[in-house]
Design a protein around this ligand. Structure first.
Ligand code: FPP
Ligand code: MG
Length: 313
């Protein structure tokens, strides 16, 4: 990404953070919980994608966006949707840390975390309704939330099933993660800074979907990367009997791996993967292929955005 584009993105992101901080709830303990979440807001990849695609057309403004801009508002709302899903996800996964800090339910209990997620999700919907240029825009937002939940449900229904296929895994992560990446990109185009460019929609759609697939595959590989701190618990998926790509590839290629997985001992699975590094390599290859497809989606698009965030596996 060119230096000026990065500077613009940083300035726009600052407005998004300001917009997120301007959200208020009158219920005191929830206010505190929300503040704690925002203080540790992460990389804001989804908001960045929205901003990049909002600026992806010819003649987009060379000045930072104003606080009141619908693009800033939309980017803040997309991050709110993401936050809401994470707060609920950490309850479901019984994860104690995220971004290096204790999770909401660890501090305040499951009930408070569910309510906080509900509250943030509701505000996301309300904000998107306020800035929606069309009914279709709202339909896409709501439909994508359904897809995210659908992906989670697919994952949940396969829990503990050692016959789970790669195609099934791809459908699950396509819903739970890639759909939101895709939504961030298409929402950016639809809210486009100054003027929306519908001709960019197919590229934004495919780019977001493939980048999201790559992101989740890398996240799933990271769960086994015990040597590197990611601010999240390690071996979480295998402990929860969620079989991700490296494990699925092992199950498909070696019948002797299944009884090891069925011992339900995360360390035995880790040992196996460490002894068979080709499985992690093959999963990384799958992520690289998704990134290539994401790049291809941009080629030939009318006016392409700056290079995507670095997610090289
Ligand atoms: C993280 O996956 C979780 C998601 C990508 C989606 C979670 C979605 C829900 C719980 C659906 C319901 C919530 C709302 C508000 C509609 P992960 O557990 O693989 O990643 P992690 O390592 O970051 O926890
Ligand atoms: Mg989780």
């Amino acid at each position: 990404m060119m230096h000026e584009q990065k500077a613009l993105l940083d300035a726009d992101l600052q407005q998004v953070v300001k917009r997120l901080n301007s959200e208020e709830t009158s219920v005191e303990p929830y206010r505190e919980d929300y503040r704690r979440l925002l203080k540790n807001h992460g990389k804001m990849i989804r908001a960045s994608l929205l901003l990049i695609f909002a600026r992806a057309h010819e003649g987009s403004p060379s000045q930072p966006l104003a606080f009141e801009s619908p693009v800033v508002t939309g980017a803040a709302a997309i991050e709110m949707l993401h936050l809401a899903t994470l707060v609920h996800d950490d309850v479901l996964d019984e994860a104690n840390t995220r971004r290096g800090e204790p999770t909401v339910h660890t501090i305040r209990g499951n009930k408070a975390a569910i309510y906080l997620g509900d509250l943030i999700l509701s505000r996301y919907m309300e904000i998107m309704a306020e800035i929606a240029p069309s009914t279709d825009f709202i339909r896409e937002q709501a439909g994508t939330v359904c897809e995210i939940v659908g992906g989670e449900l697919l994952q949940e229904s396969a829990r503990g099933n050692t016959s789970v296929t790669r195609a099934y895994y791809e459908r699950a992560i396509g819903g739970k993660t890639a759909a939101l990446f895709r939504l961030a990109c298409t929402t950016g185009v639809k809210l486009g800074a100054d003027s929306p460019s519908p001709e960019l929609l197919p590229a934004a759609h495919d780019f977001g979907q493939h980048l999201g697939m790559a992101f989740q595959i890398i996240d799933d590989i990271g769960d086994f990367d015990v040597a590197h701190d990611s601010g999240k618990p390690k071996l979480e998926d295998i402990r929860d009997q969620i079989y991700t790509l490296p494990v699925i590839l092992g199950l498909e290629s070696d019948p002797s791996f299944q009884p090891i997985v069925e011992l339900h001992d995360p360390l035995r699975v880790l040992d196996y993967l460490q002894a068979h590094p080709q499985l992690i390599e093959a999963a990384k290859d799958a992520a690289r292929q998704e990134i290539t497809q994401a790049q291809q989606a941009l080629e030939g698009a009318p006016s392409t955005p700056a290079s995507p965030p670095s997610l090289r596996p």
